[in-house]
Structures are given as structure tokens and as C-alpha cells.
Design a protein around this ligand. Structure first.
Ligand code: ADP
Ligand code: MG
Length: 356
């Protein structure tokens, strides 16, 4: 008896300790953590693997706060920072940017030049005229004379004068809208925030445009992240998928995301700055690149370039991994993209391989 009692006690302590260790062990091997919120005019999903739930939750919450604040600052409408900048530019005044704004603007100008002006964040007057700045765009399309006036004013990122943090323009028709690259900026910021909080495996997905780092860690072990690329015409279907280990952004621009139909024609939100009308010939463009800002701007630029010119613009922008779907359903892609993608359907689409 004098021996058994302490042993029973010892055993009980071991069990309790074991229970703690078991629980702690569970915390070391958590299921992946996912959360969703609204930002950037879309549904954003943050997926984190390989961290205890509480830490993953905290990291994702930091991303949510940053993305929602970023959206409020850089949406062109309302009382945002960007609206303040646009009001000053329209009045021919100069305005002081914060360092983040100046950096974003310089990068957008660089990418606009590389794209030959096809990615042109200076065309907000045209975007507003079409109604693609509002939540629910609806027809009818604007009057041709109004479109022609916006195009003839030739707003360009090269019209901007940026000295240090002071911004002005020699063309009062320049109005800024970062809609075609802001998701890339925000996704890159999010990945930086996550890494700062010790996250090594994650996906930040803003309405289908995303950057993935590390790998997926689930109950059955570790594997590459699997990303589906949407079919531009069959809602809910995946056209192709890509596996990612490491660090890569996947950005798609499509004519199916924001559009309206008027008298049997589709009018979508990616405008050709040269014509003033929605760009024609392609229904989606997907770009893979480590730099999410480049991937975002480039997917828009190649969409505008269209079925004949996208390879030249891809070359100018330094892209290796591109897939385009034409409005006739044909799929063309670069050799490096062909290597990366799998097409789930048998038989898959006919693929035209094009070297930029
Ligand atoms: P999504 O927002 O669906 O990911 P994009 O990245 O291609 O698609 O961005 C489209 C948005 O960018 C439009 O809603 C508009 O605000 C703006 N935009 C449209 N055409 C252009 C263009 N040629 N250059 C720069 N921005 C554009
Ligand atoms: Mg884009």
C-alpha cells in the first residue's frame, strides 16, 4: 500500500501530463486554417497551413485589417486617398503622396510603359463613363462621342510628374484607377505580413487571383498547393490546374467577371485605352509570376493586347508563363506554362503552344 499510492499518483500525473502533451501535439499538427472576408471589391480567402490555430487566426486577422484599410485608401470613389489625388490632378494642382502611394505609382508607371500603354491606370474617366467603377455595372454603353472624347485626351502615366513625393500632371484628363494592379499590391503586402508573423505555408486569394507560398500541410501529410484556373465560359468549371511549392502568384483577367449584356452583346470591364471599348478577342488571360503586381498588371495588359499581340507584350514584360483563352474557345500558351499546367478533362482543349 505505501508503495502503490505514490505509484497510482505518479501514474495519474503521467496521464494528465500525457493528455496535455497529446493536446499540445494536436496543436503542433493543426488542420489548415481558412478565413474569408470582403476587401478589394471581392471575396478574399486566406488559407494557412502548419501553424497552431490561434497563431494562424492572428496572422489572418492582420491581413484582413491591412487589406480593408488598403481598399479604403486606394478605391477611386468616395473620400479615399486616391479620390483626393484625382481631384487635385483634375484641378491642375500638385499633391503630396505618402511613400506607399509614390512606390505604387512608380511601379504602375513602369509596368504601363513596358506594356506599351495597354495597362494604363490613367484611364479612370473612361472606366467611370462605362460604369465599371460601380458595384453593379449596367448598360446601355456610353455614347460613341463621349468615348471618343475620353480617348482623344490621351491620358497616360507618362503625363505624370512625380518629384519625390510631389505629384502633378500636365494632362488634366489623367485620372487614376489602380483596379488592374491593386490586387497584386495587396496580395504582396499580405504575404509580407504573413511571413512577418512566422507563416511559411499559405495562400492569399483575392477573388481567384492569388499568391501561394510554401506547401499544403494536411492530416495526410505535406503536398504542393493545388490551384484551379477557372473556365471562362463554363461557370464553376476548372479549365486547368497548377501545383505550387515555394512562391508563385497566379493572376487571371477575364471578360466574365464584371460585365453586362446589352442588345445581345457583352460589354466587360477591361478597356482598350486605344479604342475606348472593351478589349476584344480573348476571354481570359492567366499569368504566373513570383511578383504579384507584375502578374496582375500583365494579365490585364495581355488581355488588351488580344490574340495576335499578346506574345510580343509578354516578351516586353518579361513573362514566361502565360495562357490565353480566345473568345472562339481556342487555348494558347507558352512552353513554360504548358509544362506547369494539367488539364483535368479528357480530352482536354486543343492547345496551341506559342513562344513569346
Ligand atoms: P480583375 O479586377 O477582374 O482581376 P483586372 O486585373 O484585369 O481584372 O482589372 C480590371 C480593372 O482595371 C477594371 O475594373 C478597371 O477598373 C481597370 N481597367 C480596365 N481596363 C484597364 C486598362 N486597360 N488598364 C488599366 N486598368 C484598367
Ligand atoms: Mg490585372
Amino acid at each position: 500500500m505505501p508503495i502503490r499510492a505514490p505509484r497510482a499518483f505518479f501514474l495519474r500525473v503521467l496521464c494528465v501530463l500525457g493528455g496535455f502533451l497529446f493536446l499540445a501535439g494536436c496543436q503542433q499538427q493543426p488542420a489548415e486554417y481558412r478565413t474569408q472576408f470582403l476587401a478589394l471589391g471581392t471575396l478574399v480567402e486566406v488559407q494557412i497551413a502548419g501553424l497552431p490555430r490561434a497563431r494562424a487566426e492572428q496572422a489572418a486577422e492582420a491581413v484582413r485589417r491591412d487589406m480593408q484599410a488598403f481598399t479604403a485608401r486606394w478605391r477611386p470613389a468616395g473620400d479615399s486617398e486616391l479620390a483626393r489625388i484625382n481631384a487635385a490632378l483634375a484641378a491642375g494642382e500638385t499633391v503630396t503622396l505618402d511613400p506607399e502611394g509614390a512606390r505604387m505609382l512608380r511601379e504602375a508607371r513602369r509596368l504601363s510603359r513596358l506594356s506599351g500603354g495597354r495597362f494604363n491606370p490613367a484611364i479612370y474617366r473612361l472606366i467611370r463613363l462605362w460604369g465599371f467603377d460601380s458595384g453593379e455595372p449596367a448598360g446601355p454603353p456610353p455614347a460613341p462621342a463621349d468615348i471618343a472624347e475620353r480617348v482623344a485626351a490621351r491620358p497616360s502615366m507618362d503625363d505624370l510628374r512625380l518629384q519625390g513625393l510631389r505629384l502633378g500632371t500636365r494632362n488634366p484628363a489623367v485620372q487614376l484607377d489602380f483596379g488592374a494592379s491593386a490586387k497584386g499590391v495587396a496580395v504582396d503586402r499580405a504575404i509580407r505580413i504573413l511571413r512577418g508573423q512566422g507563416v511559411e505555408n499559405a495562400i492569399v486569394n483575392a477573388g481567384g487571383d492569388l499568391r501561394a507560398i510554401g506547401r499544403f500541410i494536411g492530416p495526410a501529410g505535406t503536398r504542393d498547393w493545388r490551384i484551379g484556373i477557372r473556365h471562362p465560359r463554363r461557370h464553376g468549371d476548372v479549365l486547368a490546374s497548377v501545383e505550387i511549392a515555394g512562391d508563385l502568384a497566379v493572376f487571371t483577367s477575364g471578360d466574365y467577371e464584371r460585365y453586362y449584356e446589352y442588345q445581345g452583346r457583352r460589354y466587360h470591364h477591361i478597356l482598350d485605352p486605344a479604342t475606348g471599348y472593351p478589349a476584344r478577342g480573348l476571354s481570359s488571360v492567366t499569368v504566373l509570376h513570383r511578383d504579384a503586381v507584375l502578374a496582375d498588371a500583365a494579365s490585364t495588359a495581355l488581355f488588351v493586347a488580344g490574340p495576335d499581340d499578346w506574345p510580343a507584350v509578354a516578351r516586353a514584360m518579361g513573362l514566361q508563363q502565360v495562357m490565353v483563352v480566345r473568345t472562339d474557345g481556342g487555348v494558347a500558351l507558352t512552353p513554360a506554362m504548358l509544362e506547369r499546367l494539367s488539364f483535368p478533362e479528357e480530352p482536354g482543349p486543343t492547345l496551341e503552344v506559342i513562344t513569346p
